[in-house]
Design a protein around this ligand. Structure first.
Ligand SMILES: [Zn+2]
Ligand SMILES: [Zn+2]
Length: 202
Protein backbone atom coordinates (compact mmCIF):
# COMPACT_ATOMS: atom_id res chain seq x y z
CA UNK A 1 0.00 0.00 0.00
CA UNK A 2 1.16 3.49 -0.77
CA UNK A 3 2.54 5.43 2.17
CA UNK A 4 0.60 8.67 2.42
CA UNK A 5 1.97 11.78 4.07
CA UNK A 6 0.80 13.58 7.17
CA UNK A 7 -0.41 16.40 4.90
CA UNK A 8 -2.60 13.99 2.95
CA UNK A 9 -4.46 13.22 6.16
CA UNK A 10 -4.53 16.76 7.54
CA UNK A 11 -5.65 18.24 4.22
CA UNK A 12 -8.40 15.64 3.91
CA UNK A 13 -7.04 13.93 0.83
CA UNK A 14 -6.80 10.53 2.46
CA UNK A 15 -8.97 8.93 5.15
CA UNK A 16 -8.23 5.29 5.87
CA UNK A 17 -10.66 4.74 8.73
CA UNK A 18 -14.33 4.87 7.81
CA UNK A 19 -17.25 2.87 9.19
CA UNK A 20 -20.53 2.32 7.37
CA UNK A 21 -23.97 0.89 8.01
CA UNK A 22 -22.38 -2.55 7.67
CA UNK A 23 -20.98 -2.07 11.19
CA UNK A 24 -21.81 0.73 13.64
CA UNK A 25 -21.57 3.65 11.21
CA UNK A 26 -24.25 5.77 9.59
CA UNK A 27 -22.79 6.04 6.09
CA UNK A 28 -23.87 4.19 3.04
CA UNK A 29 -20.71 2.91 1.33
CA UNK A 30 -21.80 3.99 -2.16
CA UNK A 31 -22.55 7.46 -0.85
CA UNK A 32 -19.21 7.72 0.99
CA UNK A 33 -17.32 6.93 -2.22
CA UNK A 34 -19.38 9.54 -4.05
CA UNK A 35 -18.59 12.15 -1.40
CA UNK A 36 -14.88 11.26 -1.46
CA UNK A 37 -14.77 11.89 -5.20
CA UNK A 38 -16.72 15.14 -4.95
CA UNK A 39 -14.40 16.36 -2.19
CA UNK A 40 -11.22 15.55 -4.11
CA UNK A 41 -9.94 12.68 -1.98
CA UNK A 42 -7.08 10.54 -3.30
CA UNK A 43 -7.89 7.47 -1.27
CA UNK A 44 -10.30 6.27 1.38
CA UNK A 45 -10.69 2.97 3.20
CA UNK A 46 -13.88 1.51 4.55
CA UNK A 47 -12.96 -0.65 7.52
CA UNK A 48 -16.06 -1.89 9.26
CA UNK A 49 -15.79 -3.91 12.46
CA UNK A 50 -15.10 -7.54 11.60
CA UNK A 51 -16.83 -7.43 8.22
CA UNK A 52 -16.07 -6.82 4.55
CA UNK A 53 -19.76 -6.61 3.51
CA UNK A 54 -19.46 -2.99 2.33
CA UNK A 55 -16.85 -4.09 -0.20
CA UNK A 56 -19.31 -6.48 -1.79
CA UNK A 57 -21.55 -3.47 -2.46
CA UNK A 58 -18.97 -1.20 -4.03
CA UNK A 59 -15.52 -1.45 -5.59
CA UNK A 60 -13.74 1.66 -6.76
CA UNK A 61 -10.24 2.89 -7.56
CA UNK A 62 -10.49 5.40 -4.74
CA UNK A 63 -11.52 2.74 -2.22
CA UNK A 64 -9.14 0.42 -0.36
CA UNK A 65 -10.72 -2.87 0.72
CA UNK A 66 -10.21 -3.00 4.48
CA UNK A 67 -11.58 -4.26 7.77
CA UNK A 68 -11.08 -3.50 11.47
CA UNK A 69 -10.84 -6.60 13.62
CA UNK A 70 -11.45 -6.92 17.35
CA UNK A 71 -8.73 -9.09 18.83
CA UNK A 72 -7.03 -9.80 22.14
CA UNK A 73 -3.27 -9.85 22.42
CA UNK A 74 -2.55 -11.27 25.86
CA UNK A 75 -4.39 -9.05 28.35
CA UNK A 76 -4.75 -6.23 25.80
CA UNK A 77 -7.94 -5.82 23.80
CA UNK A 78 -7.12 -4.06 20.56
CA UNK A 79 -8.35 -3.12 17.12
CA UNK A 80 -6.36 -4.34 14.15
CA UNK A 81 -6.83 -2.76 10.73
CA UNK A 82 -6.27 -4.84 7.62
CA UNK A 83 -5.74 -2.95 4.36
CA UNK A 84 -5.64 -4.00 0.73
CA UNK A 85 -7.08 -7.40 1.43
CA UNK A 86 -8.55 -9.85 -1.03
CA UNK A 87 -12.16 -9.84 0.18
CA UNK A 88 -12.72 -13.31 -1.25
CA UNK A 89 -9.90 -14.91 0.71
CA UNK A 90 -11.50 -17.81 2.62
CA UNK A 91 -8.94 -17.86 5.41
CA UNK A 92 -9.50 -14.18 6.16
CA UNK A 93 -13.26 -14.53 5.87
CA UNK A 94 -13.13 -17.19 8.57
CA UNK A 95 -12.02 -14.41 10.97
CA UNK A 96 -14.98 -12.19 10.05
CA UNK A 97 -18.19 -11.71 12.03
CA UNK A 98 -20.70 -14.54 12.13
CA UNK A 99 -23.54 -12.24 13.18
CA UNK A 100 -24.58 -8.61 12.72
CA UNK A 101 -24.07 -8.03 16.47
CA UNK A 102 -20.36 -8.83 16.11
CA UNK A 103 -20.07 -5.85 13.79
CA UNK A 104 -21.85 -3.39 16.08
CA UNK A 105 -22.03 -4.04 19.79
CA UNK A 106 -18.96 -3.46 22.00
CA UNK A 107 -20.37 -5.87 24.56
CA UNK A 108 -20.40 -8.65 21.98
CA UNK A 109 -17.19 -7.65 20.21
CA UNK A 110 -15.10 -7.70 23.38
CA UNK A 111 -15.57 -11.48 23.51
CA UNK A 112 -13.64 -11.84 20.26
CA UNK A 113 -11.81 -15.16 20.13
CA UNK A 114 -9.41 -14.39 17.30
CA UNK A 115 -5.79 -15.47 17.65
CA UNK A 116 -3.62 -12.43 16.96
CA UNK A 117 -0.75 -14.39 15.35
CA UNK A 118 -3.08 -16.38 13.09
CA UNK A 119 -5.03 -13.23 12.24
CA UNK A 120 -1.94 -11.31 11.10
CA UNK A 121 -0.85 -14.32 9.07
CA UNK A 122 -4.29 -14.52 7.45
CA UNK A 123 -4.18 -10.81 6.57
CA UNK A 124 -0.82 -11.34 4.88
CA UNK A 125 -2.07 -14.44 3.08
CA UNK A 126 -4.95 -12.32 1.79
CA UNK A 127 -2.42 -9.88 0.32
CA UNK A 128 -3.00 -7.25 2.98
CA UNK A 129 -1.11 -5.36 5.63
CA UNK A 130 -1.86 -5.32 9.38
CA UNK A 131 -1.99 -2.00 11.21
CA UNK A 132 -2.62 -1.34 14.91
CA UNK A 133 -5.60 1.04 15.13
CA UNK A 134 -5.53 4.15 17.36
CA UNK A 135 -2.51 2.96 19.40
CA UNK A 136 -2.85 5.74 21.98
CA UNK A 137 -6.10 4.09 23.09
CA UNK A 138 -4.29 0.81 23.59
CA UNK A 139 -4.27 -0.14 27.26
CA UNK A 140 -0.86 -1.85 27.17
CA UNK A 141 1.21 -0.37 30.00
CA UNK A 142 4.33 -0.14 27.86
CA UNK A 143 3.24 0.71 24.34
CA UNK A 144 6.66 0.27 22.74
CA UNK A 145 7.13 -3.19 24.21
CA UNK A 146 3.63 -4.12 23.09
CA UNK A 147 4.25 -2.91 19.54
CA UNK A 148 7.53 -4.87 19.46
CA UNK A 149 5.61 -7.99 20.34
CA UNK A 150 3.15 -7.30 17.53
CA UNK A 151 6.03 -6.73 15.12
CA UNK A 152 7.33 -10.19 16.01
CA UNK A 153 3.91 -11.47 14.93
CA UNK A 154 4.19 -9.58 11.63
CA UNK A 155 2.60 -6.18 12.30
CA UNK A 156 3.22 -3.80 9.38
CA UNK A 157 2.05 -0.43 10.59
CA UNK A 158 0.61 1.95 13.15
CA UNK A 159 -2.32 4.29 12.76
CA UNK A 160 -0.45 7.50 13.50
CA UNK A 161 -2.75 10.24 12.18
CA UNK A 162 -5.87 9.89 14.26
CA UNK A 163 -7.94 12.62 15.91
CA UNK A 164 -8.56 10.74 19.17
CA UNK A 165 -12.04 12.16 19.31
CA UNK A 166 -14.13 9.10 18.87
CA UNK A 167 -17.89 8.97 18.72
CA UNK A 168 -17.96 8.01 22.40
CA UNK A 169 -15.43 10.62 23.50
CA UNK A 170 -11.73 10.46 24.12
CA UNK A 171 -10.07 7.49 25.78
CA UNK A 172 -6.30 7.88 25.71
CA UNK A 173 -3.57 6.01 27.54
CA UNK A 174 -0.57 7.22 25.51
CA UNK A 175 0.42 10.39 23.68
CA UNK A 176 -0.04 10.61 19.90
CA UNK A 177 3.58 11.80 19.59
CA UNK A 178 4.75 8.60 21.30
CA UNK A 179 2.91 6.59 18.65
CA UNK A 180 4.65 8.45 15.83
CA UNK A 181 8.08 7.99 17.47
CA UNK A 182 7.55 4.24 17.78
CA UNK A 183 6.42 4.01 14.15
CA UNK A 184 9.56 5.83 13.00
CA UNK A 185 11.89 3.85 15.27
CA UNK A 186 10.68 0.49 13.94
CA UNK A 187 10.14 1.63 10.35
CA UNK A 188 6.43 0.90 10.41
CA UNK A 189 3.94 2.07 7.81
CA UNK A 190 2.11 5.14 9.13
CA UNK A 191 -1.57 5.31 8.31
CA UNK A 192 -4.36 7.62 9.39
CA UNK A 193 -8.06 8.27 9.37
CA UNK A 194 -10.85 9.88 11.33
CA UNK A 195 -12.69 6.74 12.49
CA UNK A 196 -15.74 8.20 10.83
CA UNK A 197 -19.04 6.83 12.10
CA UNK A 198 -21.24 9.58 10.65
CA UNK A 199 -22.83 9.72 7.21
CA UNK A 200 -20.97 12.83 6.08
CA UNK A 201 -17.31 12.64 5.10
CA UNK A 202 -15.75 15.78 6.58
ZN1 LIG B 1 -11.23 1.03 16.49
ZN1 LIG C 1 -12.88 2.19 13.81
Amino acid sequence: MENYTKEDYINKKVNLHIHTIYSDGEANPVNIVKQAKENGYKKIAICDHNTIEAHKIIKDEILIPAVEFDVWCGYVFMHLLAYNIDINNKELLSFCAKSKKETELDIVRIFAKRDIKKLIKAIHNAGGIAVLAHPACCWAVNLERFVKKLISYGLDGLEVYYPYKRHRGIIKFHKAVTVEKIADKYNLIKTGGTDLHKAILD
